[in-house]
Write a protein that binds this ligand. Structure first.
Ligand code: NAI
Ligand code: MG
Length: 486
């Protein structure tokens, strides 16, 4: 057996901090309605903080139902007078222009995202922002080819769509929502999460500079009440929501008596299966990436590790020594692997869930690494040898917390993986193609990654089963929720 502990050298990296002077943050950030930045009618603002320091970054406008109504009116006017009348080719041109401008301002967007969200700069720089641009490019390409997406059918845009997004991938979720909506000829009222509004507001600035007609995209900031005002607005034709299962349920109930369309992308408790014939070192990296990527603030995080019994001790040993080398700290440091938990609320929730797991008797491990004194930082950790009944095997933690159990046969692995009320994603590691195909086909999950994890591409659809929601985002499938198909 390989002695991994002695093989990994613990390199010390000198700090390499990304400069923040490329970003200009307005002290007060207004709403974006009808192509202009406007004061909220209530004149109320709330603070957005930098979770890595706990210090306030900026004030954000608190939109009420009146502001939401103004935004919907602007979107309706833009829909009736410009956007629904424009050719797909013209709409595509705007989307291409937006995509290119995002690329040009990528560093600025990445730094702002990291400041407001707490995610490591290497992720916002290398993953989030490139995917944001890719999404706009991808749907720009569809705008004049919609008739080929649904051959032989008559299609129309829906009208005004209301979009409510979370804080874990603020700008990426905005792109996932806005790009297909616009490509299909709809206009948008979007609400970013209250802890991460800044990148969406910078995107609004980019849309303004791109010359996007006034009112085609409107950004209203605020918390749950602002979101509820969008959901209940009578002149909205469709709601697209990404966030917690609880709020998703609430939204579905509240519009059940209307003809509003709905797509929900909710939580997950995704299984990550490693067979004994897998490439172990790669699988260890994959598992780390699956759960500790973005502080575990990932709806499709591989939060339940299922190991074939014969390799479980070896695998857990390697996992432990690799975790000792993870760098947790300043998200602006280019070497940082794990950044800050997004808010005090989430931080408190994660701590409480970990405590409850320890109390319940899970075999707990966390590395001995040191955390910064300020800000919301959480060590990556896991609970080993737990059963499916263990509470953290069932509850979504939405933090860097993994549970580990074992299996002996493919059938047992599949049964355990599917033993959840969710069904967003799963991962399978094996050198045998047939085993991967057999397993993947039997997993009840929207996405199954094989010998990799957390890989995204705008051309491949994403979405869940059961309590993970319904509807698909990305790919050709991502167009359907934004079209009326006759
Ligand atoms: P949340 O579901 O409350 O927030 C998501 C978005 O919905 C935010 O923009 C929020 O302002 C808005 N919202 C809240 N209440 C609303 C309402 N009644 N009507 C309309 N919009 C409303 O999620 P939260 O509180 O930020 O996080 C709680 C938990 O949810 C997390 O710990 C995690 O387990 C899960 N979550 C899952 C996400 C995913 O990607 N699937 C993303 C964020 C959270
Ligand atoms: Mg909430």
């Amino acid at each position: 057996m390989l002695d991994t502990e002695s093989k990994i050298v613990n390199f010390e990296y000198a700090p390499s901090i990304e400069a923040i002077d490329i970003v200009r943050i307005e002290p007060k950030n207004k709403l974006f309605i009808g192509g202009k930045f406007v004061e909220p009618t209530s004149k109320k603002y709330f603070a957005s903080i930098n979770p890595a320091t706990g210090e306030p970054l900026a004030q954000i406008a608190d939109a009420n139902a009146k502001d939401v109504d103004l935004a919907v009116k602007a979107a309706r006017k833009a829909y009736n007078t410009v956007w629904s009348k424009m050719s797909g080719k013209e709409r595509g041109r705007y989307l291409f222009r937006i995509a290119r401008m995002i690329q040009e301002r990528a560093r600025e967007l990445a730094v702002l995202e990291t400041l407001d969200n707490g995610k490591p700069i290497k992720e916002s720089r290398d993953i989030d922002i490139p995917l944001v641009a890719a999404h706009f490019f991808y749907y720009a390409g569809w705008a004049d080819k919609l008739e080929y997406a649904v051959p032989g059918r008559a299609i129309q845009p829906l009208g005004v769509v209301g979009q409510i997004i979370p804080w874990n991938f603020p700008l990426l979720m905005a792109a996932w929502k806005i790009a297909p909506a616009l490509a299909c000829g709809n206009t948008v009222v979007i609400k970013p999460a209250e802890t991460t509004s800044l990148s969406c507001l910078l995107l609004a600035q980019i849309l303004q500079e791109a010359g996007l007609p006034d009112g085609v995209v409107n950004v209203v900031t605020g918390a749950g009440e602002t979101g509820a005002a969008i959901v209940s607005h009578p002149d909205i034709n469709k709601i697209a929501f990404t966030g917690s299962t609880d709020v998703g349920r609430l939204i579905q109930k509240s519009i059940a008596h209307t003809d509003k369309r709905l797509t929900l992308e909710l939580g997950g408790k995704s299984a990550h299966i490693v067979y004994e014939d897998a490439a172990i070192e790669q699988a260890v990296e994959g598992v780390i990436n699956g759960i500790y990527f973005n502080q575990g603030h990932v709806c499709c995080a591989g939060s339940r590790l299922l190991l074939e019994e014969s390799i479980s001790d070896l695998f857990v040993g390697k996992l432990k020594s690799r975790m000792e080398k993870l760098r947790v700290g300043n998200p602006l440091d280019k070497n940082t692997d794990i950044g800050a938990i997004n808010s005090a609320t989430e931080f408190g929730k994660i701590k409480k869930l970990i405590d409850s797991g320890i109390e319940e008797g899970g075999e707990f491990f966390e590395p001995s690494i040191e955390l910064p004194k300020k800000g919301f930082f959480q060590k990556p950790c896991f609970f080993n040898k737990v059963s499916s009944a263990f509470s953290l095997s069932r509850v979504e933690v939405f933090g860097p917390v993994l549970t580990i159990s074992t299996f002996r046969t493919t059938q047992e692995a599949i049964m355990k993986a599917n033993d959840t009320q969710y069904g967003l994603a799963a991962g399978v590691w094996s050198e045998k193609g047939s085993k991967i195909h057999k397993t993947a086909a039997a997993l009840k999950a929207g996405v199954v990654w094989a010998n990799t994890y957390n890989k995204f591409d705008p051309s491949s659809p994403f979405g869940g089963f059961n309590e993970s929601g319904f509807g698909r985002e990305g790919g050709r499938h991502g167009l359907f929720p934004y079209l009326s198909i006759k």
